[in-house]
Design a binder for this molecule. Structure first.
Ligand code: ZN
Length: 632
């Protein structure tokens, strides 16, 4: 996901080679690996799940649910094929806020005993089902609660079209259990099929093979043949239409948004070609996007086959599409090779940011990717300074026991992870590193892996006893130590050097309107705005605004950065635009710093609370959890 800068920022809120020589056989083998085979792999201990997959594990889910917009409830059955590995008489699932009505065993639907354990904060309640040594199928009849954290129910006013309600899910990190009783650990993979009944005027889509148009019955069926972890279970229901981009790619959006979206993301096919050139065949058949209403809390969520994406990247100039490169890259790092626990989150996000920058370099050139690296580095520095330079949460390998994993998922995993991989690339050369990454993705395809397994692979496949190289790669410094290792060289950008020149000249008294800002992209503008001094006069603010029209920018990145200065300098001209932004946009990466800036003064806090009271119903639970805490 893309969080703060990040595919989903806790605080920050939050690829590979195709082996020319051996990819085809490896690919086929891994593609046909069954979920059951996968399930027999060793599963590491996950402190954020009650499930005991080493004893009894689910391999396939058959979901059959009704979507009730009036009651804001999903109800139906989750039927699992299971493997009882130890002959145990108990199988454990994760639930949170679910009403479990009955549990049955086998095809004959023989009712069995079950127990819901004690509620634990963040984790919910374990559902323990009595099974037999030869049980192959467990069916759970259940209902969600209207405040299920994964589900956001939008009324028509909250959509682009204003006519129909809308529903979407956000399962990462541990919210799948709020809409499906499930073994909710990224170390467990299942295939799934689903039947979903929705109001006739709406279309349902999932992280699976999808319909492209509505049918008269409002009943849709889905199939996900590749085994996926639970956090990639996804559903959305709304007034959606589909439009094709390339042979393998397309976009789902509300009719009111589809035209802007197909323009904005026209280059997604090019990105797919670039990604395959780097790290091998795309293994999920189709790659489509679903453009959500603005309350979606993240930049994007890499639900397989169907990335969920915020409409705040519809900048009308294709300037914020690195987000798509990021979510697409997850088709390898994350969805194909998955972090086994949330403590290993950097394996998902660090690799994905590295891969994202490589895709952007391939499609738009090195100068462009350099800008993204510098902005990412700035985000990373801010995160390290927020958390504290010696904070254990600034290590790549995390320890999130006893906490909501979402809390620990910051820019560290994303940007520090990326710079660690760039550091390895520098040490061994690009060609060798790409070959290594290709091999990594092939070796661990459709498996969950952890930091230890990755490090073993690094030692045996790349370091190979070369002590000098091991020192350069510095695993200890990057993965197990806080902050950035000594000797790290910050990234630079030639395009930003020009921005810095313009900024200097403004500081020396050149009026804003006379600065050379020709052909600046979103990134250059963002860099410029971030450089502006914390304290500016009303006249300086007005001069900048008049020259560059920041307050009325259609670009959400520019707006969000500008609002921070407007708040800090009490530039009230921006008040109305700020309020509109906060009441419409639910993307946590923008909300958190803006509300934080507001809350820094008593007067601002009053304003923040007034806006928040109005805007809160538009925000997803993952955003309100953070904001309730900040504004309490
Ligand atoms: Zn991501």
């Amino acid at each position: 996901m893309k969080y703060y800068h990040r595919c989903l920022l806790g605080l920050g809120l939050a690829g590979s080679v195709y082996l020319a020589s051996c990819s085809s056989s490896t690919t086929n083998e891994t593609d046909t690996m069954t979920a059951a085979q996968n399930a027999t792999q060793q599963t590491p201990n996950d402190v954020h799940s009650f499930a005991k997959p080493a004893e009894a594990v689910a391999t396939h889910l058959d979901l059959d649910i009704d979507v009730n917009f009036n009651e804001k409830v999903l109800s139906g059955t989750a039927s699992y094929l299971i493997e009882n590995k130890t002959g145990t008489d108990k199988m454990v699932f994760d639930t949170r806020g679910l009403q479990v009505e009955k549990v049955y065993l086998g095809d004959n639907q023989e009712e069995t005993a079950f127990e819901l354990g004690e509620e634990q904060q963040y984790l919910g309640r374990p559902l323990t089902v009595t099974i037999k040594p030869d049980t192959r199928k467990v069916t759970i009849k259940y209902k969600t609660s209207p405040d299920a954290a994964a589900l956001q129910w939008l009324n028509p006013q909250q959509t682009a079209g204003k006519k129909y309600p809308f529903l979407f899910t956000q399962s990462q990190a541990i919210l799948a259990r709020t809409w499906i009783p499930i073994q909710d650990s990224p170390g467990v993979r299942i295939t799934y099929s689903a039947k979903v009944k929705v109001p006739k005027e709406l279309l349902a889509v999932m992280s699976a093979e999808n319909p492209v148009e509505k049918n008269a019955e409002g009943v849709y069926t889905f199939e996900m043949k590749q085994p996926i972890p639970s956090y990639l279970m996804a559903l959305s229901v709304g007034d959606l239409v589909f439009e094709k981009i390339g042979p393998q790619t397309g976009i789902y959006a509300e009719p009111a948004t589809i035209k802007a979206a197909t323009y904005e993301f026209a280059e997604m096919d090019k990105m797919l070609v670039a990604a395959e050139k780097l790290y091998g065949k795309y293994r999920w058949d189709r790659y489509d996007l679903l453009v959500l209403p603005p309350s979606f809390p993240f930049g994007g969520m890499e639900n397989p086959r169907l990335t969920f994406v915020t409409p705040t990247v519809l900048a009308k100039d294709r300037s914020l599409t690195s987000l798509i490169a990021h979510e697409l890259a997850h088709s390898w790092s994350g969805n194909l090779v998955t972090n086994a626990t949330w403590d290993d989150f950097w394996l998902n996000e660090g690799f994905t940011v590295y891969f994202e920058r490589r895709i952007m370099e391939e499609v738009y050139g090195k100068d462009y990717a350099d800008m993204l690296n510098v902005l990412g580095y700035q985000d990373l520095q801010n995160t390290i300074s927020d958390l504290g330079a010696t904070s254990q949460d600034t290590r790549l390998k995390l320890d999130l026991e006893g906490r909501d994993p979402d809390e620990g998922l910051t820019d560290i995993a994303y940007e520090k992870g990326n710079f660690f991989l760039q550091n390895i690339e520098k040490a061994v050369g690009r060609e060798k590193f790409d070959a290594f990454l290709n091999s990594y993705f092939n070796t661990f395809a459709f498996q969950s892996t952890d930091t230890d397994k990755f490090l073993n692979f690094l030692r045996t496949e790349l370091i190979k006893g070369d002590e000098q190289l091991a020192k350069q790669i510095n695993v200890e410094g990057w993965i197990f130590s806080p902050g950035l290792p000594e000797g790290f060289e910050a990234p630079t950008s030639t395009r930003f050097a020009k921005v810095e020149e313009a900024f200097q000249s403004w500081q020396n008294g050149t009026p804003a309107a006379q600065l050379n800002t020709k052909d600046w992209s979103s990134h250059e503008w963002l860099h410029f705005i971030r450089m502006l001094p914390a304290g500016m006069s009303q006249q300086q603010m007005a001069d900048l605004d008049k020259a560059f029209n920041f307050t009325n920018s259609g670009n959400s990145e520019v707006l969000a950065a500008w609002f921070i200065h407007a708040i800090n300098n009490k530039y009230t001209t921006a008040d109305k635009a700020l309020e509109t932004f906060l009441t419409n946009v639910g993307r946590r990466k923008f909300l958190v710093p803006i509300y934080k800036a507001l809350a820094a003064t008593p007067e601002g806090k009053k304003k923040a609370l007034a806006i928040y009271a109005k805007a809160r119903p538009n925000y997803h639970a993952v955003a309100t959890v953070t904001l309730d805490d900040m504004l309490k």
